[in-house]
Structures are given as C-alpha cells and as structure tokens.
Design a protein around this ligand. Structure first.
Ligand code: UT7
Length: 329
C-alpha cells in the first residue's frame, strides 16, 4: 500500500456583516485612512457586533458551510481542532463548543493556541492523525474575534485586526496530493513584544489589574515586523529548497495577513512574484488564526488540482512556520 497523504478536500470562510472602515476608525482614534493603507494595507475589517455571539459562532458558520459543501454528515467528522487566541472561555475549548452547537457527536475536539500561526500548527497536527490512518474526516478551524481583546483607544493595534473564521476538511488519499512537508518553529523571546497580559493564571482579572489595560492586545510593532519578515522568509526559503520548489513551479504563496509591507518583503526575499501571492488583508485586516483559511476560501476558484502551494505564518510567542501542500481538487 502506498503512502497516505492528508488532503484538503474543502474550505469555507465566515466573516461578520459589520464593516469597520478606516473612515470610522478616524472618528474613534487619532489616525487616518492614508496612514493605515500605506503602513498596513488594511482598508476595512469585519467586526462581530451581535450580542451574545463569540468566536465559536463564527466557527459554527464556517464549519456548517464546509460540511454542506463537502457533503459530510455530522456523524462522519471524527476530529475537530480550532486554532484561536480568543476562545469563548478559558475552558471548555471553543472546538468543543463548535461541535456541540452543530451537533457533531463522534469527534474529539480541542483548541490550539499558537497566535497568528495557530491555523498552520493545527493543520500540521491534524495531518498527522490523517496520515497515520487513525482519523478520516478532520475539520481544522482558524477563528478569532480580535475585537473582543482590542483597546479601541490604542491606534497602534485597533486599526490592524478584525474578526473572522475559516475551516478546512482534511481527508486521507493515496494520491500524491495534500500536505507534503512543513517547518514549524517557536521562540519564547517574542512574548515580550506581543501578548495579552491578563486572563491567564499569572495576572487575574482583578479591578487593579484590569485598570492597567492588560486585558488588551499589546504589540511593539517594529521588532515583531522585523522578526516576521526574517522568520517567514527563512522557513519559506528552506521549504522551497528542500522540496525543489521554485517561483516557476509553485502556484501560490499564502502568507499570514498581518501587514502588506511584511507580505511584500517576504515575497521579495523568497524571490516570488506578488501575482502569485494571496492577499486579502485589505478586506479583513489581521484575523489572527483566520487569515490563512480565509485566503484559501477567497482564492478557491483559482486553485487547480496539483497546484504547489506554500502557507506561511508568524505570530505571538513567537511562533512561525511554513507548510507545503499540493491542492487536491
Ligand atoms: O500578526 C502577528 C504579528 N504581527 C505583525 O506582524 C505586525 C508587525 N508590525 C507591524 O505591522 C507594524 O509595526 C505596525 C503596523 C504595527 C506599525 O507600523 P510601523 O510602520 O512599524 O509604525 P511605528 O509603530 O514605528 O510608528 C510610526 C509612526 C509613529 O509616530 P512617530 O513616533 O514617528 O511620530 C506612530 O506614533 O506612526 C505613528 N502611528 C500612527 N499614526 C497614525 C502608529 N500608529 C498609527 C496610526 N495612525 N494608527
């Protein structure tokens, strides 16, 4: 019997209806459309405004559409992983809540928190279960409601992020398509530059702690920017080299959507033309774990079976990596 590969057999996204434009942000903080567009590439982002709704609800919408699209019954799903930094609760896991709300009963479910690299880490992890033969229909979700942890008086963070979710189905195949290789990295040195201080076991949400604003995303943008460019271009370059991939034989690069200048720098350093780089940051901003599946969803119509695709991400931790797959349909 040949090798078993884990193939993406469907992708679906979900973004909330509410559009927060740069013009509206101008009325909220000291910023302007020109700065936001030229320094980040973001033109608008989606915000989940409905009372009582949270990250799991966006995940539910994405997974519901995915199951319909792939003709998968609820009972067939045997594993569901959700990558997120904005879980509905510290526990139970958002993956569990997504399954429960949809009526999925035969899956084991858990969350992965690797910040903006979460979807990449979750996809690589899920692939191992499929490749081993133990699981046949694995759903991988990347979902974040960043608006729930943003300080809308901090212009250095609130202009970048948005809310959204995406999901893919992973299934086994004997054909040489699907996930081929990956490089995943972590370095705690980055925790200083990008974090949320309150909400875990170290700093409890006491009134004194909350008064410091530590419940919101903190980012020192410049060091993160530099580390993101070098981190992603290194692992993309290494993955291309060891799989004999070139700008000519690759179809797409799918980078985490954190900043258009980071995306352009990575494409330049990997010697890869921007026409083959997926970009949707202008519509959604940085949706953290949502960016990669939302890109695949937006570009799905343009993908062909056998296309060589590299996904890459960089995020809080630091965490980063790249993953090479051949599109399966
Ligand atoms: O997804 C996880 C990983 N995250 C990332 O990859 C993000 C990495 N970092 C970045 O994308 C960028 O560093 C930011 C978009 C966060 C910031 O852009 P920057 O070009 O690094 O700006 P800066 O923080 O160095 O600030 C430059 C200037 C400052 O003014 P002065 O000191 O030069 O007078 C800021 O106060 O721009 C000012 N500024 C703003 N002005 C208008 C900062 N934010 C804004 C704003 N509107 N929203």
């Amino acid at each position: 019997m040949g090798k078993t590969y884990a193939a993406i057999t469907g992708v679906q996204g979900y973004v909330p209806d509410y559009i927060l434009t740069n013009a509206e942000l101008e009325t909220m903080v000291d910023t302007n459309d020109e700065w936001i567009r030229s320094r980040t590439g973001v033109e608008e982002r989606r915000i989940l405004k409905e009372p009582g709704k949270a990250t799991s609800d966006m995940g539910v919408e994405a997974v519901r559409g995915l199951l319909e699209k792939t003709g998968t019954s609820l009972d067939e799903v045997d594993m569901l992983i959700c990558a997120t930094v904005t879980a509905d609760y510290p526990f139970p896991d958002t993956a569990n809540l997504i399954s429960y709300k949809l009526g999925i009963k035969n899956a084991f479910c858990y969350d992965i928190n690797a910040a903006c690299s979460g979807f990449l880490f979750a996809l690589a992890t899920a692939a191992k279960f499929v490749e081993s033969g133990s699981h046949k229909k694995v759903v991988v979700v990347g979902a974040d409601m960043m608006s729930s942890i943003l300080d809308y008086t901090d212009r250095s963070t609130c202009i970048i992020f948005g809310d959204g979710a995406g999901a893919v189905m992973l299934e086994p195949t004997e054909e040489e398509v699907g996930i081929q290789d990956s490089i995943l990295k972590s370095d705690g040195v980055g925790s200083e530059y990008l974090h949320q201080k309150i909400g875990g076991s170290l700093n409890r949400p006491t009134p004194e702690n909350l008064a410091t604003g530590g419940q919101y995303v903190f980012q020192n943008g410049r060091p993160v920017f530099k580390a993101a460019v070098s981190g992603m271009s290194n692992v993309v370059g290494e993955l291309m080299k060891r799989n004999n991939l070139t700008a000519e034989n690759m179809a797409w690069l799918v980078p985490h959507q954190a900043n258009i200048r980071i995306i352009e720098a990575v494409s330049r350093m990997a010697d890869f033309p921007m026409e083959k780089v997926m970009v949707n940051i202008q519509k959604y901003g940085n949706t953290t774990a949502g960016t990669l599946p939302l890109c695949l969803w937006d570009y799905e119509d343009q993908l062909k079976k056998g296309d060589n695709i590299i996904l890459t991400a960089f995020g809080g931790g630091f965490t980063w990596g790249s993953l090479y797959l051949k599109w399966a349909y």
